[in-house]
Structure formats: C-alpha cells, structure tokens
Design a protein around this ligand. Sequence first.
Ligand SMILES: Cc1ncc(C[n+]2csc(CCOP(=O)(O)OP(=O)(O)O)c2C)c(N)n1
Ligand SMILES: [Mg+2]
Length: 771
Amino acid sequence: MLKTLVPDLDALNILDERLRFLSAWTIHHANHVRDSSDGLKVGGHQASCASMSALMTALYFHALGPNDRVAVKPHGGPLLHAIHYLLGSQSIEQLQNFRGFGGMQSYPSRTKDAIPVDFSTGSVGLGVAITAFASLVQDYLTAHGKMADDERGRFVALIGDAELDEGNIYEALIESYKHDIRNCWWIVDYNRQSLDATSADRMFERFDEIFASCGWRTVELRYGKRLGAALATYPALKSWLDELPNADFAALSFQGGAAWRARITADLGKTGAAFLEAHDDDALGSLMTDLGGHCMASLVEAFDAAKDDVPTLFIAWTVKGFGLPFAGHKDNHSGLMNPTQAHAMRDSMGISPGDEWQPLAGVGANALPAVQALLDRSRIQRAKRDRSFGKIAIPAIAAPSGAEQATQAAFGKIMLDLSRAGGDLADRIVTTSPDVTVSTNLGAWVNQRGLFKRREMKDVFAGAKIASAQKWSATTQGQHIELGIAESNLFLMLGALGLSGDLFDERLIPIGTLYDPFIARGLDSLNYACYQDARFLLVATPSGITLGPEGGAHQSINPPLIALGQPGLRHYEPAFADELAIMMEEAFRLIDTPDGESTYLRLSTRSIAQPQRADDRWKAAALAGGYWLREPGPGAEAAIVAMGAVMPEALAAFDELSADLPGLGLLAITSPDLLHRGWSAAQAVRWQGKRTPSHVENLLARLAPGAGLVTLCDAAPASLSWLGGVLGQRVAPLGVDCFGQTGNLADLYAAYRLDGDAITKSIAELLLTPF
Ligand SMILES: Cc1ncc(C[n+]2csc(CCOP(=O)(O)OP(=O)(O)O)c2C)c(N)n1
Ligand SMILES: [Mg+2]
C-alpha cells in the first residue's frame, strides 16, 4: 500500500480552481472562439465538470497511486484532459480542438484520445460497472501468478448521481459481491441534478443501504469543514438544511446569499438570526455551498482513511456548476457561459486575456513553487501505454472427428482438447458464462480447468459422492468465471478480461458463452466492450428456430444483423466442425493481433453430416466469409446460397436440382459480416482508382450477370438478401422474419420456408421470371 502523502491543501485548492477554469475554457473555446464552418453548436458540459473539479484534484494529485485506474464520468472528460495538460501529457492543440475532427473527444476514449484513458465512458453506468470487473481480473491475474501482489492497483469510478439510476450498476454490484471484489472506489458526484432537472430526494436515502448490504463501506461527504463547523454551532440550522429538498437547495445556490438569507429568515425566524448576522450575503452564499465534494480537506481526509482494499462508495455532495454563473440552475446541464461570463471568470482568477492556456496562469508567485512541486510529484504521470500483443503462440486447432456433428458440441470438444493439450494458449484462456456454462457445452472444459474464486469453494455434491457429470469446485487456480444470469455482466466481464493486455500488460484469451437470443439483453455492454477495443471470443449458442422444441422465446432471429452493424466484432457462422476449428484459431489470433478484433460465433445444436474435403483450398475463402461448397459451372444461371445449420437442406436441394440445372452452384456463407465489410471497403477505394474486387464480388462473378440467388439462413433473411446488390443479381431471400414456435425441425422448416421445397420453388420462380 502506498504511504500517505502530506497534503498541501492550498496548492490542491489552486489546482482545483485552475482545472475548473481550464475545463470551462476548453468548452468555451470550442463554442465561442474557434471558427465554426457549419454553424452547428459544438456543446460541452461546463456545469458537470465544475461540480467535480475538487474531487478529481484530490484524486489525481493526492490519492491515486501509479497502478490505480479510473473511469471518469463522461461529462467530466474535459477535466481529465486538463489534468493531463497540467502534467504535460496533453497538448494545447488537442484542447483547442475539443470535439473537433481528430481533437480530444467529448467523452474519455481509450482508443481515440491522445492521453492515457483507462476506461472509455459515454453510455452512463457502464464505465462504473467495468471497474468492478477489472478488479476481478486483477485478482485473477495475481492468483494465477501473472501479476505481483504489490502491483495491484485500485479501480475508481467517478459517477454522476443520475447515473446511479442505471440498472446495470446493480447487476454488477450483485455479481461483485458474489465474487468478493476489492480495491474498488465508486465516487458519486452528488450534485442532485440530472440532464432534465433536479433529481428525486427519496431514493438517495436508500443507496448507502443497498451498497452496505453488498459489503461496501459507504462514506458520505455532505458538508465541508467550514459549513460543518457553522452547523455544529447552530443545530436548528443543521436540522433545517438536512431536510431541505434538492430542488430548493439548487435554486438557492443559484440565487445566492440574499436568497439564502430570506429563506432562512422565513423558515427559522429568530432561531436563524444570530447565524445570519455573522455573515454578509457573499459570505453566506459561499458558506451554504461549502459541501463535502468541494472541500479539499474533507476529500483528502476521506480518501486517506480508505486506504485498505474494502470496496467503498463515496457520496460527495456537490453543486452542479459550482463557481459558474449558472451554479444550481436546473437547466444547466448543457449550459454554456456566454463570452462576457467566461471573461469575467477569467478576470476573477487573475488571468490576463491571452494567457488562458498558460498552464499556471493566475497562480501567484508565492504559491507557484508549491503548486509546481505538487505537479512534479504527481504519481499518475504516465505515458500512453503500448498495447501488449503478439506474445501468444496459437497452435493449429484440429477439427473434432465424427461423421455427424453439431457446431455447439464441436465447440465443447475443441475446448476439451485445448485443455488436455495444455500450453500457453490454454493457460491464458478464461471462460465465463451467465449461468449457461453446461448448456453451451463448456462443461468438459470446466471439469478440466475448474472454477475460479478468490475464496475456495468445495463441490458439495462431489464430496457427498453424488454422481454428477459436472465438477463444481472453485479454487484460485480455476479458469472459468461463473456469472449469474445477467448478460450485461457477461459483456462487461468480457470487456474487462479483453483489456487485460492493455490494463495489466498480460493478455488473456477470454471466451464467453450465452444463448444467441440473449445477446440483445446485453447489447449496449457488448457495444461498450467493442468500443474500447477489448478482445474476446463470444460463443452464442443455440441459435435460430433450429432450436426446435424450445420455442419462440429462445429462438434467435436478428443477431446476424446486429453483428453486421457492430464494429469491432466479427461474425462467423459455421455449418461444419472443421469450419469451426479454423474460425476459433482465427479468433484467438485476432485477440492477440494489434489490428485484430473480437469474434462472435453463432452455433447450433443440430447434428449434421460432415463434408468430405478434397483439399484445404476452401479454408482461406471460408475465413474470408464464404466458399463454393459445390462449384458453379461457367456462367451459371442460379445458385443456392446458404449459411449455418440449414446447410443440409441446401445440399439436398442442390442434389435434387443439379440434374435439371447443370452448372447450379452452392455457396456456403460463413460470415455475411466480413463479406459486407469487404464489399463496402472495395467500393470506398474505387474513387481513388483502386479497382480490386472484394471476396464477395469474386465469388458471385462466377455466375451469370443476371443469375438468380436463393439465399437461405436460420435468421432474418436480410442477413443474406443484400448479396443480390453486389453484382445486381436477383434474389429470393429465405429466412425467418417472424417469431418462431415449438415443433420438430421438419415442421418448422416447412412452416418457415427453410426446406427443400421452398428452395426449389424459389429457384423455379427466379428462373421463370424474365430478367
Ligand atoms: C445510457 C445513457 N443514457 C442517456 C445519456 C444522456 N445523458 C448524458 S448525461 C445525462 C445526465 C447525467 O446526470 P448525472 O449522472 O447526474 O451527471 P452530472 O452531469 O449531473 O454530473 C444523461 C441523461 C447517456 N449518456 N447514456
Ligand atoms: Mg448529477
């Protein structure tokens, strides 16, 4: 544990003011100084920054250690950049280009910002929750000997109070309690204002209870030292202020000292008189807003007192827009100072016009050495880290043998083989699943590698010698993290595991499994993980109406379309086990490659006959998104284009039709996502005179220009129907475009037109329709 530094409160207060100004000025510059070519409002959140400047000063210039990592609430981004500017790790050009093309981002971004950002934020709630999962990853790495105990850091989330309404925070809180997480600080900027207005009072009474019941220490910083001392002298005033509704407090903060005086007089009469007489209006306005979150001494004291590893919730009371002309106004969320107000703020801080960007402008000569010393000794000065890639040897992955196989079962077998083979790759794999470990075929892997828990857990059933296929004991050496049924947590867990190379310089190979339809349940967390460029393999199974008797509530329809529109995630949908094997190998490679990405495998429980391969030539094409499973004849007039579990229907129809339609081809699609990306990328460079056709164009160019394509997938038909647009060929799209139902496969495929009959009729119709 780091030893506590002696705080220089005066210097910290100066930095607080300086940061509040710099963040406000950065936003002001973007809106009122920089040329606007399009006349659009640039925006920014001066009030959200102002309420948190003291908090961030106390953290970054006093409390944080070199291994601590922080998720800054999205609208506090300009403060983070201002901190790095003072530290010399951010340029003036970036600040001046706030929200401009290539400039510092509106909200902290790991991948886009020039400064080191530990966690991206933007979609509120997610930055908070990922810190808990990152602390779990840290415990995992130390338990596995991949990180020294004394390298452990703390994970800090700076949270807006309205952000606490996001349910994903409580899902994460529950999961982190189960996993006994530690080294986490969540600090609420409790300014009691959201975007729309002041926030409700009642709920706040409950938050500390919720956290305390999950084992968290809660620390409330309500009043600053000055106000606290005054209230101790005037207990009636304290009772009154304790009960004052949020909206009233905010309105009075906005109105200032005279309004406070009038209200205290009206409510407390003679009881408040002595207190009021002791202060003029200005002093009164300043005293009444001396809340804990603005009081450096209180903040430093509270952080110093929480140096153990107990997870801690700090509730720091603040005024939104503190120190700005619209402090406390309920509409101040996107409020911007006008130039007169911004200049007045500058002048009040002793900064000369033109010196606004001078890092320590306005700091008096006497104070300067101490402030400079504080900056110099800051323990968070660090360069943007190199990302750790390319250190894992990825062996070739063999396809499981078997004449008939389902891709889901093949996945389980590959995982078992990997585990038995051992080696670096297997040791770096961490699996995780939201209570569907066994039903997604991860059971054999878990039997081999065990569950991970910081505190060991015995398998009671095994101990009692009750027969079970599944071993369920947990140790610190286990490699599977079992989660409760909360898919958002799965994606946050994968996000944190997938950033282990970046955060801890030790890359892990995270594999998460869930049922395909429930991707939608955690979609924003999935997007969040991808946005940060976390690397993982997502295995979604079972999928589609091929799931049969489980019915419409479990049959996924649109995930291939989700994947088609999701950057950072590559969709592969294998029909056969040998396709799956090369896709897993590729997915592992993509996890450990700088320009790689995450992979989503959509699998099925349907056992189907496996193909005999003449050679390996199909492999490269399959990894690129598709290959001819049955080659078309020259200038063929028609082709069947199929993906995944419905391949037997496509093959049967091909066998039946090819006698009458010589030259008919069967195209196996393994990734509509990759094909589409390649196609649009080729289009995008065509205007530069580069005419390299994409993989999908090459595949389809084997057919006649006006050929008919019958596309077939157990998913929304739009997943493949776009293929007709590539070369202007005609398409009959077969797929599922309404909710599924229970039934056996023959009945369901007939009802949803995924069978041979539908293929035959569609081809006939295409060929009979004149082009
Ligand atoms: C998931 C999500 N929904 C909505 C928004 C839009 N939004 C941004 S900030 C905000 C209010 C935040 O209030 P609070 O958390 O109290 O932060 P403050 O600015 O008051 O510090 C909203 C609704 C968002 N960024 N993310
Ligand atoms: Mg707020």
